[in-house]
Ligand binder design. Structure first.
Ligand code: ZN
Ligand code: ZN
Length: 373
């Protein structure tokens, strides 16, 4: 029988555990919801994130999904490669028993996701066992696996990118001076739901005039003026996967200053996209864009990194910025989103999602609906 994508991913994780420096962990405990879904297929939507809704215990030969009774049916249906264990009373105590039952000596846990409270309780339980089980913090083990997308992930990401591209195509011609930022944000949400999105990837950004100088502005009641920049940054989630796209529009065209800024940002984006291919260092993309912006005299006005990976999380690896170079690899998906922000006046940002292929960049968000000045 052909292996499921989840059992293939489990195999990869098991191989990676052996490769870690120093003494390897024999069991990994996975708490982060995106990692849990990536490895098991279990899609519980945590209303309030707690370890209770589900976590995974994986060792060389066994894989357990630990959850509570609310999720039993769903877990058994979705996580077919896992043995589902329902917790009844005390999380730390029962987890310790399961960990012991797996013959664990060194338990790797996700350092960024385990709460201090549960860590303390579990440590107490595990140190009472004989021999005691060591708790070993892990950082980015599964996140690194998620940086390279497989075929199934790519088809979901393409779907999410197409959907947000279609939303921009419908939305932008409908914008009129006098509309409120919040109205536009609501329109995006309605189009996303009508188009079949599970959710937005993040609360949409609609920032007009001076508000557009804030890269992460929240939509307000401000009415959009005719000649000012409007930054619209939005994404949708489809089959768990996110998209992320930004356009800056001028309803009746920009003034001279913003015409220059817009052209510079677009030129910076195109320069960065030209560098996209396997084995190029990610920092090279950032510096290609930054050089264009510096040469136009706006070097101080591009404060954020060029882009970020997109997948089950809207912000994930690889980071594409001025520091921490990673070698680009086929199957990576990330954003290329240079921006220039002038406090008090406004800003311009353009964002595409790009896939690294052996032939170079493939822009997933369509490269359309851009002003041609
Ligand atoms: Zn964005
Ligand atoms: Zn982004």
């Amino acid at each position: 029988m052909e292996k499921s994508i989840y059992s293939r991913r489990l195999d990869l994780l098991r191989d990676r555990l052996q490769e870690t420096d120093g003494e390897p962990c024999d069991t990994v405990w996975v708490i982060r919801p995106e990692n849990r879904r990536y490895l098991s297929g279990f899609r519980a939507q945590d209303l309030q994130f707690t370890e209770l809704s589900g976590s995974l215990l994986i060792n060389k030969t066994r894989s357990l999904l630990v959850t509570d009774s609310r999720y039993l049916v769903q877990a058994e249906e979705e996580a077919v490669d896992f043995q589902v264990q329902v917790l009844k009373k005390d999380l730390a105590e029962e987890l310790a028993q399961l960990i012991d039952g797996l013959g664990t000596k060194r338990l790797g846990f996700e350092a960024g996701y385990l709460t201090w409270g549960l860590h303390a309780k579990l440590k107490e339980q595990l140190s009472a066992l004989s021999p005691a089980v060591d708790l070993v913090p892990l950082n980015g083990l599964i996140e690194e696996m998620r940086e390279i997308k497989d075929g199934e992930e790519l088809s979901s990401i393409r779907g999410a990118a197409d959907l947000i591209s279609g939303i921009f195509r419908e939305l932008i011609p409908s914008l009129r001076p006098g509309m409120r930022e919040k109205e536009v944000a609501w329109e995006i949400e309605a189009l996303a739901r009508d188009g079949g999105a599970e959710a937005l990837s993040f609360p949409s950004i609609v920032a007009s005039g001076p508000n557009s100088a804030m890269p992460h502005a929240v939509p307000t009641d401000r009415r959009i003026g005719p000649r000012e920049p409007v930054i619209i940054d939005a994404g949708v989630r489809l089959e768990g996967y996110c998209s992320d796209m930004t356009r800056t529009v001028f309803l009746e065209g920009p003034d001279e200053e913003f015409r220059k800024i817009y052209k510079t940002v677009r030129h910076a984006q195109v320069s960065a996209l030209k560098e996209v291919r396997p084995m190029v260092e990610s920092t090279r993309l950032d510096s290609a864009a930054r050089l264009v912006i510096e040469e136009a005299g706006f070097g101080e006005r591009f404060g954020h990194g060029l882009g970020h990976g997109v997948g089950l999380a809207v912000h994930e690896g690889p980071k594409v910025g001025p520091r921490n170079p990673v070698n680009l690899r086929e199957g990576m998906v990330f954003t290329v989103e240079p921006g220039i922000y002038i406090p008090g006046r406004g800003g311009v940002r353009l964002e595409e999602m790009v896939l690294v292929t052996d032939r170079g960049p493939e822009v997933l968000t369509g490269n359309r609906y851009l002003h041609e000045f």
